[in-house]
Write a protein that binds this ligand. Sequence first.
Ligand code: HEM
Length: 406
Amino acid sequence: MVHEASPVESPWKICEEHRIDEDVGFALPNPLEELPHPFDAWISIAKNLTALIENGELRAEVEKLPMFSIDDLQGHKSQRLAHLVLGYITMAYVWDRGDGDVRKVLPSNIAVPYCKLSEKLGLPPILVYADCVLANWKKKDPSGPMTYENMDILFSFPGGDCSKGFFLVSLLVEIAAASAIKVIPTIFNAVQHQEQDTLKKALSDITSCLKKALEVFHQIHEYVDPNLFFNVLRIYLSGWKGNPQLPEGLLYEGVWDTPKKFAGGSAAQSSIFQCFDVLLGVQQSAGEASAAEFLQEMRTYMPPAHQNFLLSLESGPSVREFVLSKGDTSLQATYNECVNAMVSLRSYHLQIVTKYIVIPAHQQSKKNQTSQEPSDQENKGTGGTDLMRFLKSVRGTTEKALLKEG
Ligand code: HEM
């Protein structure tokens, strides 16, 4: 007899309110590019960001903007576009040419609407991954494929094509892994109904999606130049939390009386890796305390719908416990392949971080020794070491989830 799931059992579903798209996963499907008047004034600054910075006009242009009320800005896609452009404008206003001339106060004409909008969206008032990667893309030919060649970003930072490369490759990794999200309900239902063969098949499907994501990751070498990434783009993505250039944080004029600290934009704010950690029972919270705290903190930089999705996964049945309890060698091997696909992604990511941060940081530090700027050198050197420790710890925790076969 075929077992029919009764409504009482309410099989686990990916609900619309999780804002996960069938094709692009956590990315925003077909983001808007334009905002209605008067918000188009924000768009035109964000579109001309690089030229305005180069001509030394950016800050004056921002200060000239009237204060707009975001009450008239209706609809999720318009609000996400506004959060994206205000994020770009804020980063550019604070860091400007990236030469150390930093602003510690964000004027109220930007700060007030930005903070109100952020509150509405449940996002922090700083450029996040959900802005610059998930909502910052378009297809050149709308009927064409989702490939690097047929895609573009909506807004750029100085540093040539570096921001395009970094944001689009991150998005494409995200989208490649997104096909695996669809499989999650099958996994949970299979566990609930003790269907080992269905579970095995579903785990293999997830493994192949993660392997495809790894292949897509390779494109980073083609499209992102390490020196431009390290010396230019990284500056514009920097936040004001634990940043010696803004030790107190940023003062959002007209919103709060004291400066606030927010972390900079990072793919660590992507939900995709955390999603499969939870599904596979990789217990990042049992790893190094600081790494676990950081990953948990990064969740607060994700759209609330995605944070809730991760929470709902946590309350689903444990795939790992089920696999363990069955004692079936072939099922364990299939589970391990899936965990190993996550380990491989993280190992590859470590190589990327070495190429794009650790090596340029060493080069910088050597250069600074001759030009005698020890404080800068010290700061970047330390950052580099900590990053590697954090990322290796996260990979180590992933490896610990592997089941001993036999
Ligand atoms: C030039 C390319 C990249 C560099 C230099 C880079 C750098 C970093 C760094 C330094 C961290 C540590 C946290 C932080 O300080 O932000 C991090 C974390 C992370 N990055 Fe990347 N990243 C790159 C590309 C990507 C891509 C394409 C993805 C996937 C979409 C990704 C996903 C992650 C994740 C998920 C974390 C959190 C740690 C983990 O779960 O393993 N990164 N990255």
